[in-house]
Design a protein around this ligand. Structure first.
Ligand SMILES: [Zn+2]
Length: 288
């Protein structure tokens, strides 16, 4: 199975090439030097800091939407998530997976390995390969440190980057609070478009390594593309992610010519639907 992966990656890499050629070299060189210098000065947080920051941001996000009160369902999603993460480039992070009690259709991850998927998203899925695909997309964001990178870039716009740098040196409480609140902000604004596309490409590779039909993630993107964008349930996800149709097209292109290899990879439909039917379909959210 491992022999196939570089092919997918190669295809993905070749996809990016034309964009670089199309780039117009029209910028102020001095300004660029100043900005890159500042960016380089920011110290990269250690893995322990990364986990600590991610935990703080996760706690904030859980304050907005608590986990579904169903241990069996949480254990199921955790098992799939851990299995998927084990096939990523950072299997040793302390990974956590949780289903959030909201109708909103969404999934996201904070630095250090905290991955969340909503009840609304699970209800629109058809099988375990789709779940594994979405979790693998989130795992890729963590592996590639996309949220941390966005926070560091925030320094250029005067956000939390300086705090991030001084936290890495001094571990100050004030800096930590600043980082966590700026980090939480990212989940309302979204990551870079390119990071989303990259997480789609890497997500299908991780799902395949974990033994799932890698077309699970593209199937979810197809479902998302068919949802009316006026639907409140998708408002936040559509605001923070590139267009689902474009994502589907790009990830499908990166997988082109690979279909035969994945023909026998399972979708695991029955285990998934019996879990969802017994634990989510009849689930009544706690009235507030
Ligand atoms: Zn994403």
């Amino acid at each position: 199975m491992k022999i196939r992966i570089p092919v997918v990656l190669l295809l993905a890499a070749s996809l990016c090439a034309p964009a670089a050629h199309a780039l117009k070299l029209n910028f102020d060189v001095d300004k660029l030097k100043e900005v890159t210098g500042k960016f380089k000065m920011l110290k990269e947080p250690s893995e322990a800091d990364e986990i600590e920051i991610g935990k703080g941001v996760a706690a904030n996000l859980l304050g907005a939407a608590p986990p579904v009160n169903d241990p069996a369902l949480q254990a199921y999603v955790n098992r799939i998530g851990q299995w998927v993460a084990m096939h990523s480039e950072r299997p040793d992070l302390p990974w956590h997976f949780a289903v959030l009690d909201t109708n909103g259709v969404n999934a996201f991850a904070t630095p250090g390995g905290y991955v969340f998927i909503t009840r609304g998203m699970l209800l629109r899925m058809r099988d375990e390969a789709e779940l594994a695909g979405v979790l693998a997309h989130e795992v890729s964001h963590v592996v590639e440190k996309h949220a941390l990178k966005t926070m560091r870039k925030g320094a250029l716009a005067g956000l939390a980057g300086d705090a991030l740098s001084s936290y890495a040196e001094k571990k100050g409480k004030e800096e930590f609070t600043k980082i966590v609140s700026a980090g939480t902000e990212i989940y309302a604004r979204g990551l870079d478009k390119e990071d989303e596309f990259a997480a789609d490409r890497a997500g299908v590779v991780i799902a395949a390594r974990a033994g799932y039909d890698p077309y699970g993630l593209p199937s979810v993107l197809q479902t998302l593309a068919s949802i009316n964008p006026q639907d409140d349930a998708v408002a936040l996800m559509f605001k923070t992610h590139p267009d689902s149709g474009t994502r589907l097209e790009l990830v499908s292109n990166s997988m082109e010519g690979q279909i035969d290899q994945f023909m026998d990879y399972p979708r695991v439909e029955s285990r998934f639907s019996s879990m969802i039917k017994s634990h989510i379909a009849g689930y009544k959210p706690v009235q507030k």
